[in-house]
Ligand binder design. Structure first.
Ligand code: FES
Length: 78
């Protein structure tokens, strides 16, 4: 889905930028080597950025919990 028609920025670009560490809208544009032009997309970019960051954080927390559970399983079997 195209989010920014001026820069042909898609929701996938936002996900990719967040996975690469983007935390602010300008980070999203910078990841594609562009910046906001007309500004009509900024609210949408902010919304998708928040959702992507939340998913990314939840995935990191889940991975940490799984790693901790694996360590406990090893400790219990030793
Ligand atoms: S639609 Fe994104 S800057 Fe114009």
């Amino acid at each position: 889905m195209v989010v920014c028609s001026c820069n042909r920025l898609t929701h996938v670009d936002i996900e990719t930028a967040v996975a690469g560490g983007a935390q602010r809208p300008r980070d999203i544009y910078a990841a594609r080597g562009c910046k906001a032009q007309c500004g009509n997309c900024v609210k949408g970019v902010v919304c998708l950025l928040r959702e992507a960051r939340k998913r990314h954080q939840q995935a990191a927390e889940m991975a940490a919990m799984q790693a901790q559970a694996a360590q406990q399983a090893v400790a219990c079997s030793a």
